[in-house]
Design a protein. Structure first.
Length: 138
């Protein structure tokens, strides 16, 4: 069994963004030469997420509105923020959206269902953050 590790770096312009990272993951899979195995994609920061869904702007807008209802931004809303932070909402949004996905690799390709894509979700942006790609198999 072989493995391939790569880090993707992001520094978003906005506090909250959804970025389709499927092309970068596919490129790393190609570089790895692995034909059968698993691809793990992991957000390495506690205020960002990785998830799989459709790449449709209306859906992303719905995600933003839904998350804002569940965990609205506001410095005075969270105990976490009492120490001077303002990102208590971002921690909760990350928990809701998840931190890692694993995708099967079949015949050298990500084995997705219809419309599936991998996304990096940022909830406390405007600073450098990373995502781990770990590809294992033969």
């Amino acid at each position: 069994m072989r493995s391939h590790t790569q880090y993707l770096w992001f520094n978003t312009k906005n506090r909250q963004e959804f970025i389709n990272i499927t092309p970068q993951v596919e490129e790393e899979l190609k570089k790895s030469g692995i034909k059968e195995g698993l691809c793990l994609v992991n957000a390495m920061h506690i205020t960002s997420s990785i998830f799989i869904n459709d790449d449709e702007p209306g859906l992303h807008s719905d995600f933003s509105a839904w998350l804002e209802k569940l965990a609205p931004y506001g410095k005075d809303k969270y105990r976490h923020n009492l120490g001077g932070e303002d990102n208590g909402d971002a921690h909760l949004k990350r928990t809701i959206m998840g931190r890692v996905v694993v995708v099967a690799i079949t015949n050298g390709k990500l084995d997705f269902g219809p419309w599936e894509q991998i996304f990096y979700a940022e909830f406390d942006g405007r600073r450098k953050k990373r995502v781990l790609l770990k590809i294992i198999g033969d």
